[in-house]
Ligand binder design. Structure first.
Ligand code: ATP
Ligand code: MG
Length: 283
């Protein structure tokens, strides 16, 4: 029997990974480089055609990339059945707003902020704007306020397969109309409902202590944190002029799109000129 010792080269593996090839195809051994190269050529051709087909299907049939679809599904759930209103606020926020979230130089997130000038930055989260808006809306409308925003957030991440420097957050808040003590169970119910709406059957709800919020409830799918939820009354509330119970949930839309597609790298679904709806464009 001959010894199967030839593995695919780094370049070959890289290309097949780009094309989202099955893991088994990447770890095969061959008894000669010729056989290996033949195998590679055949697989490269096959996976390139799968990627091309996905791109054409999206253009001709789906008409929206998964990222957009996930945003829409959650937005429809919230506006259609949960009486939430979608809002839009600026992506530029002030240093002062960050510091009201305790994001000052001592905070880990502070070093991840993209600064525009000495006083302005690109928002690393939607929460500061929503804190302010929910307070004002409740003051004006004198009724419980349910709002959400979908928008880009920016963080200097040390990369990795689950982090983007620009990612899409969907953040919802309900302010008022909440019975004290019910916040956690409301969050758990909302989390389960969202998962049902997205067709995600297996997930875990994990309670954690957070730096910004006291207690958070994370939604974890296949080991990936797809959302983080928190509630008030909270120690930060007073500085925002907020004195009523609230609940909030922040979904990472790319993380959802990634796990829903079974991808193991978030770059495939994020804002990109290299990938289109999870498919590689160099095919
Ligand atoms: P992680 O621990 O994974 O870095 P986080 O605790 O920093 O996440 P939050 O600040 O709670 O995340 O943000 C809410 C949600 O936004 C997360 O649950 C995740 O789904 C998503 N998210 C956070 N940072 C990123 C990023 N850099 N790229 C993509 N999605 C992100
Ligand atoms: Mg983080």
């Amino acid at each position: 029997m001959r010894f199967m010792s030839e593995k695919m080269t780094e370049t070959q593996v890289k290309r097949l990974v780009e094309l989202n090839a099955d893991k088994e195809d990447l770890s095969r051994s061959f008894d000669s480089t010729t056989k290996r190269d033949d195998f590679y050529r055949e697989k490269e051709k096959y996976y390139a055609s799968v990627n091309r087909r996905k791109i054409i299907d999206c253009l001709n049939e789906k008409h929206e990339v998964t990222l957009v679809k996930v945003q829409k599904q959650l937005s429809e759930w919230l506006t259609g059945t949960k009486h939430y209103t979608q809002v839009v606020t600026p992506a530029f926020i002030t240093k002062e707003m960050l510091s009201k979230m305790t994001i000052t130089p001592e905070h880990a997130l502070y070093n991840q902020v993209f600064w525009l000038d000495a006083k302005k930055c690109l928002r690393p989260m939607l929460a500061p704007n929503l804190y302010e808006l929910m307070r004002d809306l409740k003051r004006v409308a004198k009724q419980p306020v349910r709002i959400f925003e979908v928008g880009s957030c920016f963080r200097k991440e040390s990369q990795g397969a689950q982090h983007l420097n620009e990612f899409t957050m969907l953040n919802l808040v309900q302010f008022g109309g909440i019975e004290e003590g019910n916040q956690m169970s409301m969050l758990k119910d909302m989390a389960s409902e969202a998962m049902v709406y997205l067709g995600i059957e297996e997930y875990e709800l994990v309670m954690e202590n957070s730096e910004v919020y006291n207690v958070t409830l994370d939604i974890v799918v296949g080991g990936v944190e797809v959302a983080s939820c928190s509630f008030g009354p909270h120690s930060l509330d007073e500085r925002w002029g907020v004195f009523d119970a609230w609940i909030g949930m922040g979904f990472g839309i790319e993380r959802l799109a990634m796990v829903m597609n079974g991808f193991n790298n978030i770059k495939r679904v994020g804002r990109s000129l290299a990938y289109f709806d999870g498919a590689r464009l160099t095919v």
